[in-house]
Every structure is written in C-alpha cells, then in structure tokens.
Design a protein around this ligand. Structure first.
Ligand code: G1P
Length: 295
C-alpha cells in the first residue's frame, strides 16, 4: 500500500443537533473555526499526509460542502482585480487540496453505516477515516504515523488519547496492552461510549482510523448498537477479537487536538487556534487576558 494511493473517507452526514439552530440548513462541518470551515482543516490534514483522494459522505442539505471545495471564478476575478492576492490564494487553496468526491448517506444510521457507504469507492484497499469533530494541530504528527503502522503490520489502526475518566462516556474506549514501542499499544477490546464505571480504560478513540477492507463485510452484518446506530466501534471490536487476523493497534496521540463536537469545546477550539495565529494572536492575547481577569 503506497502512502500516495490510500484514500480518505470523511463522514459528514450527521444531523448536528448540538448546534441547532445554526445547523438547521447548514452542515455542522461547515461551521467556521476562525475563518475556515471545520471540514477544511480535515481535508488539509489529509492532503498534507499525501492523501489526494477524499470521499465525503454527505447528508441532506450538504451541497454547501461541495460548493466550498469548488472554485468560484467570479470571486477569483474580483479578488484579482482588487489585487488582493493573499485572500485570492486562500480562496483558491480550498478548491485545490485534493480530488474530493461526494456520496450521500441516505438515512443517517450511524458512523458504521456511513463508513460502509464508502465500500465501492474504496474497493479492496485499506483506507483512512477522518472525523470532522476532531481537529489535529498541523504541527503534530498523527495520521502519517498511523499509516506507517498499518503498512508495517497490516493491523487496523485507531488513534487513542487519554481523557479524564469522567469524559470517557462520550467516546469509544479501548482496552489495551503495551507493546515494545513507545506510544503504540495493542487494542484487545473496544466499547462504544461506556459508563465511566464500565470503561476498560480512559483511552478514548479520537476520530482517525486506518481500516482494512475486511471491515466492510463486518459492517454489513453489524447490528445497531449504542443509540440504535450502526457503530464503527462495534465492527472494530470484532477485528480486535479475531485472533487469526492482524488485529487492532492504537497510536497514542499526545499532541494538540481541538474538539469541535460540542458548543463549549468548539468555542475553546476557536480561541486556541486564533491566539496561536500570527495574524490574529497579537490582537487577541492581551484582550483575552484582560477579559479573563474580569471574570
Ligand atoms: C464517534 C465514535 C466514537 C469516537 C468519537 C471521536 O462518536 O463513534 O467511538 O470516540 O467519534 O470523536 P461521535 O462523537 O460521532 O458520537
């Protein structure tokens, strides 16, 4: 499997209920994080890992996503006439990142179902799944480490991150064993959104996966699980339990991750990313200090 030929799948067909009414007519993946929609960060992350074929699984009202990654000639002409080359470059970048394909999910029956929709596009190859709720800082390495680990072992690879035990009920949780490599664990079990007292660890699945095509027949027979949805975690549990296969490994991520999945985390992500930016940080940081001193 060459790094260049691997495809990425971005499921973006959720209903975005936590952000209603903002997401009534607009997908949550298009919510701006500073000045780019969340999904563009994920597409940029894929592109910088050398992935040039991306399938976005879209839902109802999702044409905005394909419009965003398309070029807008009249805007480009306007910006050229104004000589605003910096903005022109930023606008053009979003339509030049990768070869992006779109497929409708139909009924939203869960993450596992969305991933199964990618079967024809992906074919008989391993592929990457990237969730738009999790943004990984572009200064930190994750997906390339995961792809290398898959290439080396053939295993399914999930990204894991330590979370506060009180938060584990919001994630897929992993039971793990150490390996002789720092930051790489063998995953012996996975459970979707367990209660804190039932969780096998405080290692949460964050939204990056390298999956083998063997996941498709499993997803086809995976029954609805937590929340009545077909869960990707349940299919991965089957791969972890298969002692004849290459199993599941976890890459422990210790870098910067921004969660845009709920409102408070989304606001934090914007503040963190903006304060770090060369063009915005200098204005924002002193104001933030003053503001927080008055809280
Ligand atoms: C999904 C997965 C969950 C994972 C999470 C990461 O849940 O089902 O296992 O931990 O993404 O963001 P969701 O947040 O879509 O409910």
């Amino acid at each position: 499997m060459g790094k260049q030929s691997i495809k990425a799948v971005i499921p973006a067909a959720g209903l975005g209920t936590r952000f209603l009414p903002a997401t009534k007519a607009m997908p949550k993946e298009m919510l701006p994080v500073v000045d780019k929609p969340a999904i563009q960060y994920v597409v940029e992350e894929a592109a910088s890992a050398g992935i040039d074929d991306i399938l976005v699984i879209i839902g109802r009202n999702k044409n905005m996503i394909s419009n965003h990654f398309d070029s807008v000639p009249e805007l480009e002409v306007k910006l050229t006439e104004k000589g605003d080359m910096q903005r022109l470059e930023r606008v053009m970048k979003s339509s030049d990142l990768a070869d992006i394909h779109y497929l409708r999910q139909g009924e939203p029956k869960g993450l596992g179902h969305a991933v199964l929709r990618a079967k024809t596009h992906v074919g008989d190859s391993s592929f990457v799944v990237m969730l738009g709720d999790d943004l990984i800082d572009d200064r930190d390495e994750l997906i390339t480490t995961m792809m290398a680990e898959h290439e080396r072992t053939g295993a399914t690879v999930v990204a894991l991150m330590e979370v506060d035990p009180s938060q584990i009920h919001m994630y897929g949780a992993a039971a793990v064993e150490a390996t002789d490599q720092d930051g790489i664990v063998r995953v012996t079990g996975l459970v979707e959104k367990p209660a804190q007292e039932d969780a096998p660890s405080n290692l949460a699945i964050i939204g990056r996966y390298v999956l083998p095509p063997a996941v498709f027949p499993i997803l086809e027979r995976t029954e609805p699980g937590k929340g009545g949805e077909i869960q990707l975690t349940d299919a991965l549990q089957e791969l972890a339990a298969d002692s004849d296969g290459p199993g599941v490994v976890g890459v422990i991520f210790r870098g910067r991750r921004y969660d845009t999945g709920d409102r408070v985390d989304y606001i934090k992500a914007i503040v963190q990313l903006a304060t770090d930016r060369d063009d915005l940080g200098a204005d924002l940081r002193p104001w933030l200090k003053e503001f927080s001193a008055g809280l």
